[in-house]
Design a protein around this ligand. Structure first.
Ligand SMILES: O=C(O)c1cccc(O)c1O
Length: 542
């Protein structure tokens, strides 16, 4: 169960770590201590607002105290430093309390999304050898307690299920807190803070080990770039466990700055606009499909959105035409952000001209973010030409959690992360994302590994072979299409039966193929392997 540094989670070579400390990037503070410091400096300021169903607020002092008591309760139940805890909570105050309680004792949250189901959660629990799983009772019509019971049966390491709300057969989260018996033996700043999820390209999600030092640096710099300060009122519209709304600059960045975080239960304008007005929201982050929806809804809304100063858009490519419409419609500044949970984050800047803001995906946070744009042989391409984006820097991981084989493919020998994105770099340093080399579908910001979905469909008795590819979609950017070859002599299937089969296997709904087509054969490459590129262009033409 214990973590061996450099083995379970590859880390920076000592000369890099020294350089990042000397440059002042890594400042030696943990998230637990950060909150403690803020609570001492401005105890009565509002840290957190959870507006639904009844408005609840937390001052910095209250959040700090509640995190302490919950941390003490977790310890009393045997959760220890280095233990992994799968946290699957919607945008509620409990999410923030749980995460800070775990930070304080050095247990590592594994950030599941509310949309995840049996397939994903079973993987996180077993691969991370989680000791606990934290869930809501019901969310969006789904009973998480039943899934939790199944996970307890199937995962030997899983000793606890904590439920926010009615616990059923499990333990109520509200029963956990107790009085701390003394200071916590917390983590060191260079140690892991949590495991974030990768978008995944090869089947199941990889886990991304982030340290207190490296993540705190990305927040602090994001705050400077985005102009976050103690007057910022940030609306968390996307699922709070996503890296973007957590750290770019996100709810953690805003708490770092002493601002106020408001948790939005659903991302639609009908839910969010009254909150923007009522809570005087100044900043938020959206994925492109939501940005479009908000842009269109703003024209007709009776709600006063004039408090909005900045909307960040990222997670998938934002079309230039949509980007041009956003600022006039919402009456605020647009900032594009191109980031990844593995590290590197790029922003357009507040003083960039409009053309740069609408046509690029920004430039890196740090002067020490090393960027290479290379061809298929890893040779640098001339400035301004397309190539694979490789990166290395003070907040980009050196390897995934317990994945040595995968790490040899995803990182160069000298530690550059192969992002899988195809970019072009402008003389200003801004990147333009042109496409993707990795086998992944980006469905409006939700990343899908085709292989994971293919493996599920292959289990259908009537299916001989399957290939899942991206097809362009005006609203989401991309949707998923499953090309299915049926077994000889099999009863014909309807597309809806394939979709139902995938859904019933227990997988996040966004991974269920949007389209299913039955074909006799896939286009093949010379070596007889399915050519995803070929399939993608066939899909684009159909
Ligand atoms: O993962 C992402 O897509 C992402 C987008 C914007 C900003 C981020 O930090 C991200 O991780």
């Amino acid at each position: 169960m214990t973590i061996t540094p450099g083995v379970d989670a590859p880390t920076w070579p000592p000369e890099f770590a020294e350089r990042y400390r000397a440059a002042g990037y890594w400042r030696g503070q943990t998230f637990g201590d950060m909150l403690r410091e803020r609570a001492a400096a401005h105890p009565d300021r509002t840290a957190l607002v959870d507006p639904a169903p009844e408005r609840r607020t937390w001052t910095y002092r209250e959040l700090d105290e509640r995190a302490d008591r919950l941390a003490a309760g977790f310890l009393a139940r045997g959760i220890r430093k280095g233990d992994r805890v799968v946290v699957q909570l919607p945008n509620t105050g409990e999410f923030v309390e749980v995460v800070f309680a775990l930070f304080r004792i050095g247990a590592l949250p594994v950030y599941a999304l509310p949309a995840h189901r049996e397939t994903e959660i079973a993987h996180f629990c077993s691969f991370a050898e989680a000791v606990a799983y934290v869930v809501p009772d019901r969310h969006a019509g789904y009973d998480h307690r039943e899934l939790a019971a199944l996970m307890r049966e199937r995962t030997p390491s899983l000793r606890h299920v904590f439920v926010a709300g009615d616990p059923g057969e499990h333990t109520a989260l509200s029963e956990v807190p107790c009085e701390p018996s003394g200071p916590f033996d917390g983590p060191e700043p260079h140690e892991l803070a949590f495991l974030q999820l990768s978008g995944g390209t090869t089947g199941l999600n990889k886990l991304i080990p982030r340290t207190h030092d490296d993540y705190m640096y990305s927040l602090r710099s994001s705050n400077e770039i985005c102009g976050v300060d103690d007057g910022t009122r940030f609306l968390v519209v996307l699922p709070a466990a996503h890296n973007f709304p957590m750290s770019s600059p996100g709810w953690l960045g805003v708490l770092y700055a002493g601002g106020t975080v408001v948790l939005c239960p659903r991302p639609d304008p009908a839910t969010a606009f009254p909150l923007v007005e009522g809570e005087r929201i100044t900043m938020t982050g959206l994925v492109p499909p939501l940005a479009l929806l908000w842009t269109d809804a703003a024209a007709a809304t009776a709600h006063d959105l004039s408090s909005l100063e900045l909307v960040l858009v990222g997670g998938a490519k934002f079309s230039e035409s949509a980007a041009r419409r956003l600022e006039p419609a919402l009456g605020c500044r647009l900032m594009q952000v191109f980031g990844m949970a593995e590290g590197l984050v790029n922003y357009t800047r507040l003083d960039d001209d409009t053309e740069t803001v609408v046509t690029t995906q920004g430039r890196p946070i740090s002067p020490d973010d090393e960027i290479r744009v290379v061809d298929d042989q890893d040779d640098d391409v001339p400035e301004g030409e397309f190539g694979h984006l490789l990166t290395r820097g003070p907040y980009t991981i050196r390897g995934y959690w317990r994945a040595p084989g995968h790490n040899r493919r995803s990182f160069t020998e000298d530690g550059f992360y192969r992002t899988g994105d195809i970019v072009r770099r402008l003389p200003s340093g801004h990147l333009v994302v042109e496409g993707r080399a990795k086998d992944q579908i980006n469905r409006g910001g939700e990343k899908i590994a085709p292989e994971e979905v293919e493996n599920i469909i292959l289990a259908h008795p009537a299916v001989h072979d399957v290939s899942v590819v991206a097809v362009p979609d005006e609203y989401l950017g991309e949707r998923s299409l499953a090309y299915v070859i049926l077994r000889e002599g099999a009863e014909p299937l309807k597309p809806v039966a394939v979709k139902r089969f995938v859904r019933e296997r227990g997988i996040a709904a966004y991974k269920v193929p949007d389209l299913v087509e039955f074909v006799d054969a896939f286009p093949h490459t010379g070596v007889g392997k399915i050519s995803k590129k070929h399939l993608r262009s066939a899909a684009e033409q159909s």
